[in-house]
Design a protein around this ligand. Structure first.
Ligand code: ADP
Ligand code: MG
Length: 301
């Protein structure tokens, strides 16, 4: 199992030219990869570009044993290769050496949503609804079709196909923390990124019996939508956890005076403290505000 897709460093060099860095995370680096002439095939022709995610196995394992998450080394690769959705980064192939796991990912060229929001400020409501709708389509696919929790939904992990806000297509990336979730509440690992933590994630760090499931992704979607609509996060960094568990957030950014009640209503239903009262992805997709996306789609050339 652990040795599947094992190759030599030499094999990697013969099949892929890996060069310029595209980004990095806690235990991975992502670089531009180009399929070599020598390694080309019908499926992966010479010159084919990818985003090569290289996961440092040793760093990953020490991180995981600290958190006893139950994740194993090959989980992300196995998951990524099984997912197929227009709004999820696809995986062309994966392999491993002694040191690294390599994921040859679909190259997404427009940067991530966080940088886009930092550079250009918040989106217009029409831009937000079109992009958020597609992110929700991806979440519907992972929650309902493949029965998975992503656990790390944040703007850094939403990649964009280009920089034009009226046409860009969002693609969900980074399934490094995702796990298969058949029962409703069985993830007990304290993970993700603080600003997007659901209240029950914070509570489960104190009381490990609480656990958490798909609703954590719904909360994070609410935080994402809040940021897309106004350009800033809903919580202050100081006393962050307390604000989250108390649901202590407001539409207190001036931009919200321009935002429709329907959009705010969806944020409220997503950022509901009690996970049992929070809406699920099917309900979110049926919300009036997200139905506008069908009209917005219609208006896109
Ligand atoms: P980590 O698990 O370490 O957070 P990510 O999968 O989030 O790694 O990738 C880290 C960064 O690399 C991303 O924020 C992005 O900038 C870049 N990146 C990742 N995947 C792609 C891709 N498919 N296309 C282009 N850039 C990517
Ligand atoms: Mg990431």
């Amino acid at each position: 199992q652990e040795l599947r897709h094992m190759v030599s460093d030499d094999w990697v060099r013969r099949n892929w030219d890996v060069s310029q860095e595209l980004g990095s995370g806690a235990f991975s680096t992502v670089k531009l990869g180009v399929r070599t002439k020598q390694g080309s095939s019908e499926a992966l022709p010479a010159g084919l570009k990818c985003a090569m995610k290289m996961i440092d196995k040793r760093k990953f394992l020490s991180f995981q044993s600290n958190r006893s998450s139950g994740l194993t080394l090959n989980d992300e690769a196995n998951l990524m290769t099984s997912l197929q959705h227009p709004n999820i980064v696809s995986c062309l192939e994966w392999f491993q050496t002694e040191i690294h796991i390599y994921l040859a990912l679909e190259l997404v060229r427009g940067g991530d949503l966080l940088h886009n929001l930092m550079e250009g400020g918040c989106l217009t409501e029409m831009q937000a609804v079109r992009i958020f709708r597609q992110i929700c389509d991806a979440v519907h696919y992972i929650h309902v079709t493949v029965k998975l929790v992503h656990r790390d939904l944040k703007p850094e992990n939403v990649l964009l196909t280009n920089k034009d806000r009226d046409t860009m297509v969002p693609k969900l990336a980074d399934f490094g923390l995702a796990r298969v979730n058949m029962k409703s509440m069985d993830c007990k690992t304290f993970c993700g990124t603080p600003q997007y933590f659901a209240p029950e994630v914070i509570n489960s760090a104190k009381d490990s019996n609480l656990g958490y499931g798909k609703p954590v992704d719904m909360w994070s979607l609410g935080v994402n939508l809040y940021i897309m609509l106004c350009g800033v996060p809903p919580f202050e960094d100081e006393g962050l956890y307390q604000q989250i568990v108390q649901g202590n957030w407001q539409f207190d950014v001036p931009q919200f005076s321009q935002v429709s009640e329907e959009a705010k209503d969806l944020v409220r239903k997503l950022m509901t403290v009690n996970p049992r009262e929070r809406i699920n992805i099917q309900q979110a997709l049926n919300e009036p505000w997200l139905r506008i996306a069908e009209i917005a789609d219609f208006a896109t050339p």
